[in-house]
Design a protein around this ligand. Structure first.
Ligand code: NIG
Ligand code: FE
Length: 407
């Protein structure tokens, strides 16, 4: 007996497989018409004709709509204190993002607010934000630390994610990003700060199993490729997988480093060089592109089409954070990927489902609707795939199903 049956699915659109889709394959989306999906013990147990579907305890009518996998937001900075609306004025005057940071604002102002916030305050805030994301169709969230820049607050942020994982009907993947900015205590002493992170913070994070990935902000005036490499190699020794914020603003060698280290993913890549793209393609590094950040920072859009042509797998995420992307709606990033990167709807769907799941090592369980995978499913208020890329700006999710649970 099936627990739940979704009947009257007009179009089921999903990538297929347990790993990333690279190059031309990114647009290979399976389209099935007029099917039903059965769910048992939170997993997909039937996909096929309604006539042959097993009996079910509960039935949902999709009313001829589009159904896709739950969305995977593979890059967020979810846990933070305060907001940064006071930066609007500077931003509108054209003060560059890195100049705000250099003057002690930007990331550092969120660091101050995050250090001050209690665990419960951070938890309640992140919980509310996560549940909003779920209503927008995001069923899996990667969350980075990096607003503590010292042991106690980095642990506080990571433990908030641990508790969210225990309490909410959402999957979380945790990333340690102590190297998000040089802390005020180590101002002008980036190398010593990286040593501090490597010797005093990372061992505790790894020992308490609080993070699966380590990420570094490799950028002008933040961490150069040498320091980024030092941090990442140490993280690798401790068993963490690697991500790099690379080429967000300046092409200082972040993409090349990601390729050389065989990082799981490289983030942003707005200014990625041809050589960086070639190396990442060779190493299988996934490009996690963040179009809502380009939009909000008024920066160019990453060369997604070129990356796909060079055989890279492209994922897209919200980059939700209080500075460069205060938007948590992954549908908006998905729309921008289509409109600005010129990804086809099929490629963009893969970018926020299977390829995003691959960027956080979850492609074996989520990111597609296939027998045996976790039942993370969206029923859209939309008749077909084009519609959800065309009707940008509204929440087109009708029903979210997480691990077989109707939310
Ligand atoms: O991915 N660039 C570094 N980190 C974030 C921004 C964080 C912030 O401004 O608070 C990003 O854009
Ligand atoms: Fe980011």
């Amino acid at each position: 007996m099936t627990d739940l049956l979704i009947k009257n699915i007009g179009i089921l659109a999903t990538p297929e497989g347990n790993g990333p889709k690279r190059g031309k394959e990114q647009g290979d989306i399976g389209i099935k018409k007029n099917v039903a999906i059965g769910i048992t013990f939170g997993k997909i147990s039937y996909i096929g004709d309604i006539e042959e579907a097993p009996a079910a305890k509960e039935v949902i009518d999709a009313k001829g709509s589009l159904v896709t996998p739950g969305l995977v937001d593979c890059h967020t900075h979810l846990v933070f204190g305060g907001w940064r609306q006071h930066e609007m004025e500077l931003k509108l005057k054209g003060v560059p993002y890195l100049d705000i940071l250099k003057a002690g604002g930007g990331i550092l102002s969120t660091v101050e607010a995050t250090r001050k916030a209690t665990f419960d305050e951070l938890y309640e805030k992140a919980k509310k934000l996560s549940l909003t994301m779920l209503r927008y169709g995001t069923t899996t969230i990667e969350a980075k630390s990096g607003y503590g820049l010292e042991l106690e607050t980095e642990l506080k942020q990571l433990k908030v994610v641990q508790k969210l994982q225990e309490e909410l009907p959402i999957d979380f993947v945790s990333t340690f990003m102590g190297a998000h900015a040089v802390s005020p205590e180590y101002k002008g002493r980036g190398e010593e700060f990286v040593d501090y992170l490597c010797n005093e913070v990372l061992p505790v994070v790894a020992g308490e199993k609080l993070a699966e990935y380590c990420d570094v902000f490799c950028e002008t005036g933040v961490f150069d490729p040498g320091l980024s490499e030092k941090m990442l190699l140490k993280a690798k020794e401790y068993g963490l997988k690697l991500k790099i914020h690379a080429d967000e603003i300046d092409p200082i060698g972040g993409g090349e480093l990601a390729g050389r280290l065989g990082a799981a993913s490289a983030e942003h890549l707005i200014a990625a060089t041809d050589e960086g793209i070639r190396l990442m393609s060779k190493s299988g590094t996934i490009g996690v592109l963040l179009p809502a950040t380009s939009f909000y920072l008024d920066k160019p859009f990453a060369r997604a089409r070129h990356m796909i042509d060079e055989g890279m797998a492209v994922a897209c995420a919200s980059d939700f954070n209080p500075g460069s992307s205060p938007n948590l709606n992954l549908q908006l990033a998905m729309n921008l990927a289509c409109l600005r990167y010129k990804l086809t709807p099929e490629e963009a769907l893969c970018a926020v489902t299977l390829n995003a799941a691959s960027a956080i090592d979850r492609a074996g369980s989520v990111g597609s609707i296939e027998l045996g995978k976790q039942a993370d499913i969206i029923i859209w208020d939309a008749p077909d795939l084009n519609y959800i890329f065309y009707r940008y700006g509204s929440n087109l999710v009708d029903t979210v199903i997480k691990k077989g649970l109707v939310i």
